[in-house]
Structure formats: C-alpha cells, structure tokens
Design a binder for this molecule. Structure first.
Ligand SMILES: [Zn+2]
Length: 369
C-alpha cells in the first residue's frame, strides 16, 4: 500500500470508531433511569397531570415529596423534586413554580402624629399576595418621631420571587403646642379632629359622645338618608331569615334629649342616669345616624333578632355603638340595640370578626364629661 491509501484507511477507521463511540454513549444514556423532566407552572396553578406531558397510560402519576398544596394547587414558589414510573423504571421530574405577580398594598395614606409618639407605620395597611411565600415588608426613607417635620417615605413590599410593590406616603410629625392653636387637632391614633359649624368630626366621622357634643341648633329632624337606605336594605335581608327588625327610637332633638335626661336624673340621680342616658347635645340620637332596634332590654342580646343584628349589621355599615365590656371607654353600658351608621369599611373594622371594638378605641378619642 502506498502512503495515501494507508492514510485514507486509518482516517476511515478513526471515523468508524468515533461513530461507534457516539452510538454507545447514546445507548448508554437511553438506559440511564435518571433522565430529568422539567416542568414549569405558575403559583396558584394545579400540580401537573402526567398525561399532559406523556401520552401513555403506562406512566404513573407525578409524585412530589415536599410539595405543600391546597386542593392540588401550589401557592409556594420554588423548585420541587419528584418522579413518575414508566415501564417499572423511575424517572425524576423537576417542577419549577414561578411567581410573576406583585404583592398588593392598600390603605396607604399620609400619617400625622404628635412629636414623640411611637407609631406602627403598618397599622392600617393591608398587604396581600398571590403566593403564600413570606413577604419582605419595609419602610424606606429616614424620619425622626422626635423632630417636627414632614418626611417622605415609601412602603416597599417584595415577595420571594423579587416581585416588588412600592407606595409613597408622608409622615407628618407635629408639635403639640402648635396644634393647640389650630382649629384641628389629632386623636391619640393620629386621626384629625375637626370642628365644623360646631360639629366634631374625627377622621371624617361625625362624633357625639360625652367628650364631643352637638350644638343645640343641629337638628336634621329625621333619620338621615344614609341611615334609612341601609337600614331598609338590612331589614329586607333580615326578613328573608325570618328576622324582624324595627326602629323603636330614631332621631331625637336636643330639646327632647334635654327633657329625657332631666327626667332620668330626677328619678335615678345624675350618676346613674349618665350610665344609660346622654345629656343634651351628647346623644347620638341627635345625629340622625343612630337608632334603637326592637328592644331596650339587655336580654335582647340573646334573642335571634339581637344575635342577627350583632353579626350582620356591619355588612350594611352599622356598628353596635356601645359594645359589651367597653363601658369605661364609651362611657355607656352595653346596648345591644343601639346601632350607628358609619359606612361598611369602618363598620367591618369595628366588627373585628365578632369581637366589637368601640368607635372611641378605633379613633383614639375619649368619652368623658
Ligand atoms: Zn340609643
């Protein structure tokens, strides 16, 4: 053989050997049981079904060991190792659960506090997310509660998958001395207390209690529309459950309240009368936003009407104005029959999942003569 023929032959042999090597490697891979299948889903989606990926009834369902699921849905992002069996061989599966949605933040507003008052900046903030992963929640920016000023701050909420939500707000640190010279002041919870035409509003809510009184000329004459519209709705819905609600005492004028209270005080003494009756100008009945329902007996609490009212009135914007066990805060004994319209948002917060808060606690105001 000449040199050229020998070179060609050896080249052919090398190429053949390489082809055999590649073939063997490939065959080897086919026999290897640990080939990995990759599946990606989004947070909140169902754990995948094997038949979505392999069209063969001989394959078993996908099995994951460490997955936390709720009705077969996955709410935690991450990587989960699992497997399925096919023709008696076990194949591993990698499930990647991704989260592309940002958390949401509601209730953001500017906050005012007195200098030196500690505050939880997340107190009235509601944060939610599509995943159940832990969220990082922080306030960015610097502020000093001991130094008067307006501080521009930002809530920053980040989920485990780095989806970020931001919301700007201002923290207004004010001096008590300055506030006293203003017409508006702040409650201990930082809500604005304003006096307009002799009427007090806290966080925009009209207040009549032992501390805050209404002028004698404030006289809507009847229950206001806000009260009546929502009461009628509530009354109709209650009727569907065979619950009959009726107003036994609604609007009362300053003058009516004056003679009522004077009669009670003459009969029981001032101290006793102050526990259940308001002095003129201090009654919620003068607001046109409050009424007594069905009964003036404390046992009303245990009747089906009393229970229904207690558990449902908040859905229509009403609160049990003088809750049980709150006499030292509201200034009045428990009145399961006395409701006050404040709107659904505030009423739901005060309902507090059945553990009523008083308006005084929520707003951070007093009720004392
Ligand atoms: Zn009442």
């Amino acid at each position: 053989m000449n040199k050229i023929t020998s070179l060609i032959t050896s080249t052919i042999i090398i190429i053949l050997l390489m082809i055999i090597a590649v073939f063997m490697l490939k065959n080897n891979k086919k026999d290897n049981l640990t080939y990995e299948k990759n599946i990606t889903i989004k947070v909140g989606e169902n754990i995948p079904n094997i038949n979505d990926y392999i069209d063969d009834s001989n394959a078993t369902e996908l099995t994951f060991n460490d997955i936390k699921s709720d009705n077969n849905r996955v709410f935690y992002s991450g990587i989960y190792k699992g497997y399925f069996k096919y023709n008696d061989k076990k194949y591993s599966v990698k499930l990647t659960v991704i989260d592309e949605e940002k958390p949401t933040i509601t209730g953001v507003k500017d906050i005012s506090i007195y200098k030196g008052t500690n505050i939880d900046l997340f107190e009235n903030i509601v944060i939610s997310d599509n995943s159940k992963d832990e969220l990082s929640k922080k306030v960015e920016g610097t502020y000093n509660i001991n130094k008067v000023g307006v501080y521009s701050l930002k809530y920053v909420i980040i989920d485990k998958s780095s989806n970020k939500t931001e919301a700007n707000f201002k923290l207004n640190v004010v001096d008590k001395k300055n506030l006293n010279t203003n017409t508006s002041t702040l409650s201990s919870k930082g809500y604005k207390i304003e006096k307009k035409n002799g009427i007090y509003y806290v966080n925009g809510i009209l207040i009549a209690n032992k501390t805050y009184s209404l002028p004698s000329n404030y006289n809507p004459g009847v229950l206001l529309n806000d009260f009546m519209t929502n009461f009628n709705k509530m009354q109709n819905d209650a009727k569907k459950s065979n619950i009959n609600l009726r107003i036994i005492s609604g609007f009362r004028s300053y003058q009516t309240q004056q003679s009522l209270y004077n009669n009670y005080a003459a009969r029981d003494g001032k101290n006793a009368a102050d526990r259940y009756s308001a002095r003129a100008g201090h009654s919620e009945h003068q607001t046109g936003l409050a009424a007594d329902i069905n009964s003036l007996e404390q046992t009303f609490e245990y009747t089906s009407e009393g229970k229904w009212l207690n558990n449902n009135c908040y859905k229509y914007g009403f609160i049990i104005r003088y809750p049980k066990g709150k006499e030292s805060i509201t200034g009045y004994m428990f009145e399961p029959w006395h409701i006050r319209y404040v709107g659904v948002d505030i009423a739901t917060k005060l309902y507090n999942n059945g553990n009523w808060l008083s308006l005084e606690e929520y707003l951070g105001i007093t009720s004392k003569y």
